[in-house]
Design a protein around this ligand. Structure first.
Ligand code: GRF
Length: 207
């Protein structure tokens, strides 16, 4: 298969794909030792599909709307991922909630990046939520995906200041820089396998 079988990942997207790009770049720069076996979008117009193809990565569209139920959609995703022997699934701006048909197929092996310091501000538009709330510190989280919205064990986080004259867009841009930095790091942590999930806590084993 031309790549280390334990280090084959998939990236699921719905849009812009800048976090996908951060993973592609980290692999190219050998900061992340992984192979992106496939990129899957649930929308044909997802910009990230072009980023994948430009990097020579297989890019598929599986439209959720084409399926009669969430379960059938998820089963189709799982089939494609299994066929490509993926061991870790990275959600990167993937705008569908995942249910048991998907979660049970990849236990403790699905990551998501979220633009807030969870558990604060789960859900959509997290950067605006944080700005509106008036917090002075915001940030990004990479976490394992479970059945709760933005709720799984945290792998890594980074904080940024909220500045006096920020707009939500300015804050989102500052957070995005950190997302791009910590997502490849979190993928490395997961692929290295030197960790344990203890309840809500992801604990790295001493070297
Ligand atoms: C990011 O802010 C991510 O945290 C959130 O959706 C956005 C996706 O951006 N889940 P991109 O598609 O990776 O550029």
């Amino acid at each position: 298969m031309g790549s280390d079988p334990g280090r084959r990942i998939a990236v699921l997207i719905s849009g812009r794909g800048s976090n996908l790009q951060a993973l592609i770049d980290a692999i190219a720069e050998q900061r992340l030792h992984a192979t992106i076996a496939v990129v899957i979008a649930n929308r044909p117009d997802a910009q990230g599909l072009d980023r994948a193809r430009a990097a020579g990565i297989e890019a598929l569209t599986i439209e959720h709307r084409a399926f009669a139920s969430r379960t059938l959609f998820e089963e189709a995703l799982v089939r494609e991922l299994r066929e490509r022997q993926v061991s870790l699934v990275c959600l990167a701006g993937f705008m569908r909630l995942l249910g048991p048909a998907f979660l049970d197929a990849f236990p403790n092996a699905i990551l998501n990046v979220h633009p807030s310091l969870l558990p604060a501000f789960p859900g959509v538009d997290a950067q605006r939520q944080a700005w509106q709330y008036g917090v002075k510190v915001a940030g990004a989280t990479v976490h394992l995906v479970n059945g709760e919205l933005d709720g799984g064990p945290i792998v890594t986080q980074a904080s940024v200041p909220v500045l006096e004259h920020d707009t939500p867009d300015m804050l989102a841009a500052r957070i995005l820089v950190e997302e791009h930095r910590i997502y490849p790091e979190a993928v490395s942590i997961m692929l290295d396998g030197q960790h344990e999930v203890q309840g809500r806590r992801l604990v790295r084993k001493p070297r």
